[in-house]
Design a protein around this ligand. Structure first.
Ligand code: MSP
Length: 676
């Protein structure tokens, strides 16, 4: 039987519409769930919303509606957004549902039965946004909340307390005995140090706050929002209900026991993915509640970093939210998913900017992936009557592919998503280099070279198929499109990543462009965003902020270049971007008869077929010394005839006196890479 794999996102507060930070956790968990399904595990993916507490009550009051109406309005944004993002959650729990309250009441009954609740008085510094008390030591000067950078308030109340201090040693043992309990390791050390410094009992009820679950047997008190919220992870599985098959399958079997401590066990994986700001609640409070209730603990609490904009956490309170809806509209869901997983080193913070987004889209997706696919398909169609090659010869790319898949799988197991993607891109680049080195376009008409051409193209198609198969958890829709274009099917399991899946003589119908290039200048100007990103560029779901920022950031039109310092003309960035500069590999170089200045170069600029460029560098360079070198060309220059040879572009060179020194990247890059 396949092993259970239960994975959760935090449940999101409904004080505002979902932003990029929320989407990130959801997409990460979706990638994990999709990958584990491919591995063959019995996956259950839970997400949902956290709807109680003072924050929500306040937000509803600001809108002049009831908290439930407010929650309903915000929650309505989730299904269409998740659908657009291809999120495959199995359930969506809302803490205002009756099934959840049953679970909360049941865990409280077990905690009470363990003797871990008592009435006491509580005073301290309280952050309403965190819904948590802080010690003075934890606050920034001026009693400022370390997470929200807003003032905390002094509170005094009579509450129910949970004997958290009693679990200090058991928690330390848990961290020490279970390497995976808190990930990454740096976070485990942080949590461990916090617990070791001493835990105080925790108040788990609020007096006089009506928007919450009534505390069983304590009229006038509601359940502390974190005890309420954390319990979603088991209430959604049916904990506390007579019928709890999912709970048995994914959290605890009746009768599971570790033989004496009263702590129940369960062989499956139970993984909570959370942002670093809420790690304390998940890695300290939640396991302590479960220990008290005698229930199995999560197998891992995994913390990721924050998306920042202008060095600050993207959040509603900072007013710098990035609206996922707008990005999906411009780029599609899959490029957004790809960007989020590729750009952030899982566990660390990352900066969001529109510019970085467009750059990654154009270089990784349009150029590396899109161009490779369309190039190899065009060649195969041309050489083999619209089909994949009829034979494969040897497997010169097989070792590279096997190594890439091994690195990819190890990285997926380590939740190092950026490394998994890097491994796939390495293979893509090896396949590209192999294609360029083999020059099949030159041999296609030679009947003696038919086997060699088949071998080259089959190997490149196969490597690309493996890349696309590895991408299915990340870009479910686009990877399917790529696989269909390659005449392959979507893998049903990780076995599909094995070498040899490409069929012979499979028809390759023409397909729509996979990743049409985005004109960055136009996109940035259109969205009226600052090129480096920033709070002003933040868009609101209603688009109001967009309109407002448009006038603030609108760039002057490129009318008439101004003179600066009396020397160079000043041009608008849009004008600069009209010139498309790209890196190209020189495949061949020859002198042009009767010209002592011009060389004819055949270059690979990342297109389906090489192009010819005439360069005026014959005085400085011998043709043979240029072969194999990289140059930079003006890619979108109108073709011109020079000494009878059509030149499709211009090679960049620094002019010094009479001479010209060719410009090239200081490290090799994939041909076709844009220079800006
Ligand atoms: N409701 C609680 C979680 C309860 S779980 C039992 C909560 N909600 S939240 O809406 O504020 O945040 C939900 C998740 O989104 C957290 O994991 C948080 O770290 C994540 N993010 C919110 N803003 C973020 C960024 N700017 N970047 C990355 N993730 C961040 O906390």
């Amino acid at each position: 039987m396949s092993s259970p794999y239960y994975v959760t996102t935090p449940i999101y507060y409904v004080n505002g519409p979902p932003h990029i930070g929320h989407i990130y956790t959801t997409v990460v968990v979706d990638v994990m769930a999709r990958y584990r399904r491919l591995v063959g595990e019995d996956v259950y993916f839970l997400t949902g919303t956290d709807e109680h507490g003072q924050n929500i009550e306040r937000a509803a009051r600001d809108h002049g509606i009831s908290p439930q109406e407010h929650a309903d309005q915000i929650v309505a944004a989730y299904p269409p957004l998740y659908q657009a993002l291809h999120v495959t959650n199995d359930d969506f729990i809302r803490t205002t549902e009756a099934r959840h309250a049953v679970g909360v009441e049941a865990i409280i009954a077990r905690i009470a039965a363990a003797g871990d609740l008592y009435v006491g008085s509580h005073d301290g510094w309280y952050c309403a946004s965190c819904e948590a008390y802080y010690t003075e030591k934890e606050l920034a000067p001026g009693n400022i909340c370390p997470t929200h950078e807003t003032p905390t308030e002094w509170r005094s109340e009579e509450n129910l307390f949970f004997r958290l201090s009693k679990y200090q040693d058991a928690l330390l043992r848990w961290y020490d005995e279970h390497e995976a309990a808190v990930q990454p390791e740096s976070r485990r050390n942080e949590v461990r140090a916090f617990v070791e410094a001493g835990l105080r009992d925790l108040s788990v009820s609020r007096h006089g706050l009506t928007w919450g679950i009534p505390f069983p047997e304590h009229a006038g008190h509601t359940v502390y929002v974190w005890l309420d919220a954390l319990t979603n992870y088991i209430s959604a599985l049916g904990f506390g209900h007579a019928e709890h098959t999912l709970y048995d399958r994914f959290w605890a079997h009746d009768g599971d026991s570790d033989g004496g401590t009263g702590q129940r066990t369960h062989a499956g994986k139970r993984i909570h993915v959370v942002g670093k700001d809420i790690l304390r609640f998940h890695a300290i409070y939640w396991p302590a509640f479960l220990m008290s209730a005698g229930l199995p603990l999560p197998t891992s609490v995994v913390a990721h970093g924050w998306w920042l904009r202008d060095q600050r956490k993207v959040s509603k309170s900072s007013g710098n939210v990035v609206d996922p809806g707008e990005l999906i509209e411009h780029f599609g869901a899959d490029p957004l998913r790809y960007f989020l997983l590729r750009e952030m080193v899982f566990g660390q913070d990352a900066s969001f900017s529109d510019e970085a987004f467009v750059d990654r889209y154009n270089s990784d997706l349009a150029n590396d992936l899109g161009n490779t696919v369309s190039r190899v398909l065009t060649l195969s169609r041309r050489a083999f009557d619209g089909c994949t090659p009829p034979s494969r010869g040897e497997g010169p790319l097989e070792t590279a592919a096997t190594e890439a898949v091994a690195s990819y799988r190890a990285a997926m197991d380590d939740l190092a998503f950026h490394r998994a993607l890097e491994a796939l891109w390495r293979l893509l680049s090896q396949a590209n280099q192999f294609l360029v080195a083999r020059e099949p376009w030159k041999k296609m008409k030679d009947p003696d070279a038919r086997d060699e051409v088949a071998e080259t193209l089959w190997n490149v198609i196969e490597a690309t198929r493996i890349v696309a198969s590895g991408l299915t958890p990340f870009m479910p829709e686009k990877s399917e499109q790529v696989l269909t274009a390659l005449g392959a099917s979507v893998p049903a399991s990780v076995d599909g990543l094995g070498w040899g899946g490409t069929g012979y003589e499979v028809p390759l119908p023409e397909t729509a462009p996979l990743f049409p290039r985005i004109d960055k200048a136009v996109y940035l100007a259109d969205a009226a965003r600052p090129a480096s990103g920033g709070a002003q560029g933040a868009a609101s779901p209603g688009g109001a902020a967009k309109k407002e920022t448009k006038s603030k950031n609108a760039k002057p039109k490129a009318s008439g270049a101004k003179k600066a310092g009396g020397e160079s003309s000043v041009i608008d960035i849009d004008q600069f971007f009209e010139t498309e500069l790209r890196v190209a590999n020189v495949l061949e170089a020859e002198a042009i008869p009767k010209s002592n200045k011009l060389l004819k170069l055949t270059v690979d600029a990342g297109e389906e077929a090489p192009r010819t460029v005439v360069a005026g560098v014959a005085k400085q360079y011998q043709p043979e010394e240029l072969v194999g070198k990289q140059v930079v060309i003006v890619f979108n220059l109108k073709p011109a005839k020079l000494m009878g040879v059509e030149s499709n572009g211009m090679v960049l060179a620094a002019s010094e006196g009479d001479g010209a020194v060719l410009v090239r990247p200081i490290e090799p890059v994939t041909p076709g890479t844009r220079v800006r």
